[in-house]
Design a protein around this ligand. Structure first.
Ligand code: AMP
Length: 218
């Protein structure tokens, strides 16, 4: 099963991709996480992406496409059971290139899941989001707090706020979503593979809906 998770930043794509990928033995490929890893390691891609990401804008399609295709190719070589693409594609151009790539690789998408979340909810989620500095695990100060305030459960390290989760950058990221990414809902609807999940609720209830969508799909 190969899935795409769509939705605004803060809709819960990363959280639910992490859970569903474990249940269904899929590989979770989060474009933002892979880019942040490149920034941290100071690769050429990371250096090109760093300031763009800090502003909350989109990294050019060609860079992100090559990065994601390399990830998918390596999964295929390892014989994985499928993937969840989280935060990719984010533009119509990326979606079209992804289609061409998958056709060349004799692969296809099973579904594109749209996480339908209201603006007020995503702003609340993004501004309270904290991440583990070691593995990027996501917490929230109220909805998903760590056992000890401000400290990661797994590594005992202080939790961080992402640079792009600052109020001004959140505004830019939401504007970018509306302009460039939202049209993908229609793109996948026309392909007949769009599914919706109401994503304003708490994580367990959203997860239940998601599991129901794919209970009989491998
Ligand atoms: P995310 O962790 O998904 O919120 O992504 C963080 C940042 O990485 C975004 O604000 C963009 O700057 C960049 N990014 C992630 N995915 C993409 C993509 N598919 N296309 C372009 N830029 C991306």
């Amino acid at each position: 099963m190969n899935l795409v998770f769509l939705g605004p930043p803060g809709a819960g794509k990363g959280t639910h991709a992490e859970i569903l990928s474990k249940e269904k033995r899929l590989v979770h490929l989060a474009a933002g996480d892979i880019l942040r890893r490149n920034v941290k390691e100071g690769t050429e891609l990371g250096n090109q992406a760093k300031s763009i990401m800090a502003r909350g804008e989109l990294v050019p399609d060609a860079l992100v496409n090559d990065m994601m295709f390399a990830e998918i190719r390596s999964l295929k070589a390892k014989g994985s059971e499928g993937f969840i693409l989280d935060g990719y594609p984010r533009t119509i151009g990326q979606a079209e290139e992804l289609d061409r790539f998958l056709t060349r690789e004799k692969m296809s998408l099973t579904a594109a899941v749209n996480f339908d979340a209201s603006e007020a909810v995503v702003i609340e989620r993004l501004s309270g989001r904290r991440i583990c500095a070691v593995d990027g695990k996501i917490y929230h100060v109220r909805n998903m707090p760590p056992k000890t305030e401000g400290i990661c459960d797994c590594h005992g390290q202080p939790l961080l706020t992402r640079k792009d989760d600052q109020p001004e950058t959140i505004k830019t990221r939401l504007a970018v979503y509306h302009e460039s990414t939202k049209p993908l809902i229609d793109f996948y609807f026309r392909k007949g593979i769009l599914r919706h999940v109401a994503a304003d609720g708490d994580a367990p209830s959203v997860q239940k809906m998601l599991e129901k969508l794919f209970e009989n799909t491998r």
